[in-house]
Design a protein around this ligand. Sequence first.
Ligand code: FRU
Length: 507
Amino acid sequence: MNKVKALVLFGFMLLALRVAAQNSPAQAYHEPFRPQLHFSPKAHWMNDPNGMVYYNQTYHLFFQYYPGDIVWGPMHWGHAVSTDLVHWKELPIALYPDSLGYIFSGSAVVDYKNTSGFGKNGKIPLVAIFTHHDPKGEKGWKNDFQNESLAYSLDNGNTWTKYSGNPVLKNPGLRDFRDPKVMWYESEGKWIMTLATFNHITFYSSSDLKSWKKESEFGATIGAHGGVWECPDLFPLKLQDKTYWVLLVNLNPGGPNKGSATQYFIGQFNGNKFTPVDNNTRWLDYGPDEYAGVTWSNTPNRRLFLGWMSNWLYATKVPTSTWRSATTLARELNLVTYNGSLFVASNPVSELSKLNAGGVVRGPLKINGEYDLSGKLAKPTGQYVVKLQTAKQQDFKIELSNTQHQKLIVGYDKAMNQYYIDRSTAGIADFTEGFARKYFAPRLSSNENIQLTLVVDKASVELFADGGATVMTCIFFPAEPLNKVSVLADKNLELKSLSLTGLNSIW
Ligand code: FRU
């Protein structure tokens, strides 16, 4: 080979190596603020989780996706899969907009009995039920631009075919008529669709997923109504031997800490009508950054939830570069009772412990002043779990900070009987007004001591207290990871135990 040829070949090899490095997962998933414990799309805009269904040992996560920009646009269903709810693999887009409109939020079911007739040659169909949103109709001030449609998959969710008879449920004249969540109602052998219809929920039933009958309405005069009702979910949960029904209703705006949030009702559902046990408004997550959360279908013996980790107040402005938004951690839901009231408790799925990278456990101990826990950790990983258990009810603060004096403070205020997260000095906040704030959540448990778990990622914290009945999710944008973890207390703080566990990245 002559010298010129050798040089050209060498040049090509260098170029190929650069392109490979740019496209490698290490590059793509390690930009500033990129979550290391949470799913986020490799590039572009994401909002609500959609069509979550478990089938053939695979958890499917579809999501509202716009592949053309890092702001909201014509909606597609992006697609990711996991076998453990912790590690995610992004797959090609599952559903594209078409002549009926954008593909808005919805759900997916396993049609075991092939009630829809989509199954062929013994293959069980997965059926997605979603909203077709016609942007032309919306702009033309029509009132029927959101309708419910179907798509099905005969290859375990890999590829999807839209039903030729779409839409299957036509809009009666409501500007907000969307986000169908469908479940199989075993005792009557029929499908139930829970639909967000402006300021209330409408329940429909069907024997074949194609023709729907209105059953009842719920909620116009109960619950929080600071904004429009969106992305509902209905499912049974057991407390000891008794079955209750939980109705999740996402609300935007009007959340307890401004903007988007998930409220829920506990009651009974008889196949026709939902009746709540009381008129209380309950919140699944009091933080500013959990929205549009719903649960997986087809997960026997477990109820698994995941939300969008952002808020419509500023989701399109957050300072990430190539993508926008992530999901929350997958959480397992259970019922608990405090002071005679029922609550839904959320806790991170136990599978998260697969990421454990070692840590420190202390206690019992007394703290007066500052106790630096991270100093005891061999190597900071940038993402970690903090667990704290007090001996009695006492004020405390957990300060997460970096070398640039940016800090996030999580604490408990005994006088107010509230938890709080203060992100006002945790990093970049000037992209929107009011981001730098302190957020509060009530303590619901009456136990004598406090147990709290924090899961901290590069740009988020999730707080689980009161056995999961009080949860707060909060995002922030520090110049470098908040790797220093200290507990601060004025008076002698008595802790039964305190631990810090580093977590490996999922990418
Ligand atoms: C909730 C939501 C849904 C809608 C989707 C559109 O965040 O507004 O009601 O289906 O986002 O992307």
